[in-house]
Design a protein around this ligand. Sequence first.
Ligand SMILES: [Zn+2]
Length: 160
Amino acid sequence: MNGKQCFSCGTHDGLQYFEGRSFTIDFKKMTRQIGDISGYECRVCGEIEFDDGSAERYSEASDQLLIDCRQLMAAEMKRIRRKLKLSQKEAVKLLSGGGHNAFSRYERAELAPPQPLFMLMRLLDRHPHLLGDVQALCEGADLRRLLASLDQERQAALAS
Ligand SMILES: [Zn+2]
């Protein structure tokens, strides 16, 4: 069944049939193999067109991976928050900002946590003692000192 024209680069006889091939699907660094895929590949530009059955399985597997990854991230968010002994409300105040129910939405997989927040949670999972620093930084004394010295410089500049 060779000899189809490539819909992408237009090469006549470009598409060549393949079957029994495995593809890797990935989402946020998490991957799964999906096997026994068949379809056409262009020998010139590499464009791939799956057969109907394969396309359906590929798309279902991608959807399932996305759902599983969301749930996995949600479970991690909850596990780490509990390990840090924070309520959802405290976690919002210290770590994420935003609406008061932000963490509840992350933990129910309604919403994927923003990447920096997820990274912060995973770092705190590895180094829970850093929560003390988070609390201190959240108080903002260091920023207030910086602001005060900025004010002093400005006054000194005005006085000179
Ligand atoms: Zn092509």
